[in-house]
Design a protein around this ligand. Structure first.
Ligand code: GLC
Length: 657
């Protein structure tokens, strides 16, 4: 009997045994809401085998696996019965249009509640602003209860069911979620599931000596195992601390802490951890969260002798969470935060794993192209690596709350005569302003003296040259910086996937150095690009010539154009050979429309030979959607410095066949 068949039989057998037990535990609810039970049961039967298989692969060897299955089934039924009516309606809407997020109408924004509007209660006042910008997806950075002082920007969670009291309450969050949804904006929150803070109740119980909770984490009495693991691990925050283990004086044990010492890694080889986190996940789904950003996915499984990143079990676990979501909160989607090698990033993207994923390679390579003025790397990498499974979507961003790292593939670099080590050094020097002719004002983040690794902090505008140009009061440089910023936005909005704006960047927000005077932030220079909202007054400004307005209006305009262009919905993106080392071009199309996007990464005007366009058939009638102008295509296509074109080319089936 083949393994799959055997698994199917076992899955069916387990469900047959488990269902009566679950029906018995929920008999009151089932009697009261038979239709809800039916819809749950339908999805359960559809998803069960998948859930069973993923859990079996990770936990099947444990003597009480059947108990694990029962627990997981129990929490999913319980969560479904607790799911508010409006969310059940949303589930039905999403199930009828399961790939809604691949529409060109979807545009994202991300913000820290406290830095943007002080608290949750005030955030809803900004809904009209979000709508003006065209947002339909709003990611609120972690807003849960956290330790006072340094808490890694909210990524050290002490309670997944409580909002940080400085920001608001869970009720306010649920209320805001409803208001956003009524306005067509989906709420995105993090599921920080690789670790908890050392103040989480699980960690506190572990510290008090409870062995059941010590088993929630990776805890060791001596350095024997930690040292063997450590030999293969990399330091994520090397300037904050070295090594991945922290001494816990209370129990005199070493605890695995990949990130900061106060972030304790959870032990997913313990099925209790899976169950506990699944409960937290479904709780958040029932607050109205539509997309969970799965934080630090790469790190959730440890295997001796490896770097403990991207292990196969990490995928099994996420897929098990995914099938649980399909059963108990079908509207819920996952976005993967895997800022790792591109070969690994792609493995998390699948309708049965994470439907959405950050696109860290595109992010790194737009900056690479801006520094070199050349597009050979971005063209090659996007040609090879953009394709993802049907029904999934990239989330494209130019920078986020984290640093920028050069996570490109070394072989790919070498294949186009780029020395990866030297190139990373060059990029780091360039973006920290330490290279002749550099326009960037980034800060060096987490230099690792052992291997020379370094990443970059900074806002879009400061990295693209605006901060320096303004300081030098140089009108030409200001103009070039504005163009660079708009060029990168053009790509983010048109290349395929969901554009994600770090709010503030739509106004050209500059680096903010005030974090240096806050002891809780001073040691982490990512705060330079997470500044407090200072542009509120500008929403009322009438002087449309102001730089901020130019940025804002351009953003709104490009987003509007995107939404009106069916070719920009998710799907094919074909990188074209523009025949010019500075022009990055790609074709976007659907049945009704073809758009050729051409981006000039050079500070000099560039042209594209007429035969490149001619290859697309009849092109006399091209319109640049950005300016609305007809483009004469008989001669070469001219692009001024850092300019871009969104050329609508008539669809001409006869010539394409
Ligand atoms: C993710 C977050 C980052 C955080 C880390 C640890 O990478 O984006 O901000 O420091 O996880 O939670």
């Amino acid at each position: 009997m083949v393994e799959n068949e055997w698994m199917s039989i076992q899955a069916a057998k387990s469900l047959k045994r488990l269902l009566p037990r679950i029906e018995d535990r929920f008999k009151v609810e089932i009697l009261a809401e038979p239709a809800h039970w039916q819809s749950f049961s339908r999805r359960l039967h559809r998803e069960w085998e998948r859930l069973f298989i993923h859990l079996q692969r990770v936990y099947g060897w444990q003597y009480d696996f059947f108990f694990t299955l029962e627990q997981v089934l129990f929490i999913s039924a319980q969560s479904w019965f607790q799911r508010p009516e409006d969310l059940k309606r949303l589930d039905a809407v999403r199930e009828a249009d399961p790939q809604w997020y691949t529409s060109q109408n979807v545009v994202g924004g991300v913000l820290y509640v406290d830095l943007f509007s002080d608290n949750l209660a005030k955030l809803h006042r900004h809904i009209p602003y979000f709508k003006k910008l065209g947002l339909t997806y709003l990611h609120l950075m972690p807003l849960f209860a956290v330790p006072h002082g340094d808490n890694d920007g909210g990524y050290a969670v002490s309670d997944y069911r409580a909002v940080n009291p400085d920001i608001g309450t869970m009720q306010e969050l649920a209320q805001l979620t409803r208001e956003l949804r009524d306005e067509g904006i989906s709420l995105v929150l993090d599921l920080v599931f690789n670790h908890t803070s050392d103040e989480h109740i699980w960690a506190r119980r572990a510290k008090s000596g409870d062995p059941d909770f010590q088993a929630f984490y990776h805890m060791f009495f001596d350095r024997q195992l930690p040292d063997r693991y450590q030999a293969h691990l990399r330091d994520i925050f090397p300037t904050a601390r070295r090594g991945s283990f922290t001494w816990c004086e209370e129990v005199r044990m070493w605890v695995w802490t990949t990130f900061n010492s106060f972030q304790w890694d959870l032990n997913y080889s313990n099925p209790e951890v899976f169950r506990a986190m699944a409960e937290e996940m479904l709780f958040l789904a029932n607050q109205g969260v539509e997309i969970l950003r799965l934080d630090a996915v790469a790190f959730i499984w440890k295997r001796l002798g490896t770097d403990c990143e991207n292990q196969p079990e990490a995928h099994e676990i996420i897929r098990a969470f995914n099938s649980l979501a399909r059963i108990a909160a079908p509207a819920l989607l996952f976005k993967s935060e895997a800022i790792v090698h591109p070969d690994e990033v792609i493995k998390y993207i699948h309708p049965e794993e994470c439907q959405l994923s950050y696109n860290p390679l595109l992010m790194a390579l737009v900056w690479e192209a801006l520094a070199t003025s050349e597009v050979k790397f971005i063209s090659r990498a996007m040609r090879q690596r953009s394709r993802i499974p049907e029904g999934c979507s990239w989330v494209n961003y130019l920078r986020c709350h984290d640093d920028i790292g050069w996570t490109f593939d070394d072989h790919e670099a070498r294949s186009i005569n780029i020395d990866p080590v030297g190139h990373r050094k060059f990029l780091n020097r360039f973006y920290t302003g330490d290279y002749p002719g550099s326009f960037a004002r980034g800060l060096p983040f987490q230099f690792n003296p052992d291997n020379g690794d370094l990443r970059i902090s900074g806002t879009l505008a400061s990295l693209a040259g605006l901060e320096q140009a303004l300081a030098e009061e140089d009108p030409l440089q200001i103009e070039l910086a504005v163009r660079r910023i708009n060029l990168l936005r053009s790509i983010m909005i048109s290349i395929g996937g969901i554009p994600l704006i770090y709010l503030g960047d739509e106004w050209g927000m500059l680096n903010d150095y005030t974090f240096l005077s806050d002891p809780a932030k001073a040691n982490d220079n990512r705060w330079v690009h997470r500044s407090r909202r200072r542009w509120e007054a500008r929403e009322d400004l009438v002087d449309q010539e102001m730089l901020e307005w130019r940025f804002f209006n351009e953003m709104v305009r490009l987003i509007g154009l995107r939404k009106a262009a069916p070719a920009f919905k998710n799907g094919g993106m074909e990188v074209i050979d523009t025949g010019n080392a500075h022009l990055f071009g790609y074709l976007r199309q659907d049945d009704s429309q073809r758009i050729l996007v051409v981006n000039n990464f050079s500070p000099q005007p560039q042209s594209m030979a007429p035969d490149v366009l001619a290859a697309f058939g009849e092109t006399e009638d091209c319109t640049d959607l950005v300016t609305g102008q007809k483009i004469l295509t008989a001669g070469p296509l001219e692009l001024d410095s850092y300019r871009f074109l969104w050329l609508e080319i008539p669809t001409n089936p006869s010539k394409n066949q």
